[in-house]
Design a protein around this ligand. Structure first.
Ligand SMILES: Cc1ncc(COP(=O)(O)O)c(C=O)c1O
Length: 407
């Protein structure tokens, strides 16, 4: 076997194997209720419709659908997608200002690769999406976390930090936010703060990435405005995906933004993979045209709302003395914060696994040393019965742990 570490590039030093993933591997083959994952419920996948569309695309448009295609994406799909976003309420200036990527994960990767030099400052919410942290880390960004509360990122604290940074002549280049039904916390940012964020970006001259996989299937009728819609200067890069509203396996994501920035991303993507698979773009285009995306999003909304409600009701019954959480208006997660700050949810995980339930300890979603007493719980994948049972087991484990600590 080759000693890979001898050959690995320096930047991979920043890329530790996930301890949690290793821990969760121990559960393979065992009967474990997993509240740890982040998968859509496969019941929302429209298999028959997608099978029919795939056949149609290959038979009727195979000459193009099986061919190489432009780096920015298949032109007709880009137009269809921008119309879809427009119907969804996103302010679109020019339907050309979009690049199709291999999932939104590749959008984050390309944005970072194109814009971030080692040492550049990237501001993130604390907690934030783990895979984004990993991308920023791989490109040696200096990440600064800004806490969130039930209304999203504390932009007042951000403003203070920006003043400090300016005094040190060190301004951020990028701010990354998941403003709607955030992964991992479930929090949605208020419109006031969204607006404030854009004002700060303008005043302190940085770009904002608005990562939005979840706003297509919110559970409540909420009045929210995309951060991008407040943007008059082209500072906001809006990133989204069909992963949760069609299928993650198709790997279709996109970035909408200022044409000059999209040009940089085109150059960057060219050197990575030339283009997103043509076939899945054609399939996605027809899925949009035939309303399959809307049907899937609706099903996700109905199904996940039921599951969220079961999770919240069971949490309320079992854990209100021991923990707090917010009520997510969408998405797939909530984050439980244990009131006893000395409890380390990583240690607790071993006990929970023994009892047959898994979750993700929250610390990995923080860039500072915080979050030890938090855990992320997923409600999209497990069944309502598993959610209820899983939370009851978790509650027993937490209560036993608190008792043991008190002894
Ligand atoms: C906030 C956030 N961004 C991006 C992604 C990645 O999605 P994709 O499948 O489009 O790469 C996810 C997936 O869970 C997510 O929660």
């Amino acid at each position: 076997m080759v000693d890979a570490s001898k050959f690995a590039a320096d930047r991979l030093v920043y890329f530790k194997a996930s301890e949690i993933r290793e821990l969760l591997k121990l559960t393979e083959g065992r009967e474990i209720i997993s509240l740890a994952g982040g998968l859509p419920d496969p019941r929302v996948f429209k298999k028959e419709m997608l099978a029919e569309i795939s056949r149609e695309v290959i038979i009727e448009q195979g000459e193009r659908a099986l061919q190489y295609s432009p780096t920015l994406g298949v032109t007709s799909f880009r137009k269809e997608l921008m119309e879809f976003e427009r119907r969804h309420g996103l302010a679109i200036r020019d339907t050309d200002d979009v690049i199709i990527t291999v999932g939104s994960e590749e959008s984050l990767y390309i944005i970072t690769r194109a814009l971030i030099n080692p040492g550049d400052i990237v501001i993130v919410e604390e907690p934030t999406y783990l895979a984004a942290i990993n991308v920023f880390r791989q490109y040696e960004a200096q990440m600064i976390g800004v806490p969130i509360d039930e209304y999203g990122m504390r932009t007042d604290i951000l403003e203070e930090k920006l003043k400090q940074l300016k005094a040190e002549d060190k301004l951020p280049k990028l701010l990354y936010s998941v403003p709607t039904a955030q992964n991992p916390s479930g929090v949605t940012m208020s419109n006031d703060r969204r607006k404030h964020l854009v004002e700060l970006a303008s005043e302190y001259d940085f770009l904002i990435v608005e990562d939005d996989p979840y706003s297509f299937f919110l559970f409540e009728d909420v009045d929210f405005t995309f951060i991008k819609n407040y943007d008059k200067e082209g500072r906001v890069l809006y990133v989204s995906t069909l992963s949760k509203i069609l299928s993650p396996g198709l790997r279709i994501g996109w970035t909408i933004g200022d044409k000059n920035l999209i040009n940089l991303f085109e150059l960057t993507k060219q050197a990575i993979d030339l283009h997103t698979p043509t076939l899945t773009q054609y399939i996605a285009e027809r899925a949009l045209q035939k309303g399959v995306v809307d049907i899937t999003a609706n099903e996700a909304r109905n199904l996940y709302k039921i599951k969220r409600d079961v999770m919240l009701a069971t949490l309320e019954e079992e854990l209100s003395d021991y923990a707090t959480w917010i009520k997510p208006i969408g998405g797939m997660f909530t984050m439980v914060v244990l009131k006893d700050e000395t409890i380390d949810t990583k240690e607790l995980l071993l006990k929970a696994l023994d009892e047959g339930v898994a979750y993700v300890p929250g610390k990995s979603f923080y860039v500072s040393n915080k979050g030890k007493n938090t855990m992320r719980l997923n409600f999209s994948y497990p069944t309502p019965e598993q959610i209820e049972k899983g939370i009851r087991i978790l509650s027993k484990v937490i209560r036993a742990h608190v008792k043991a600590l008190a002894r």
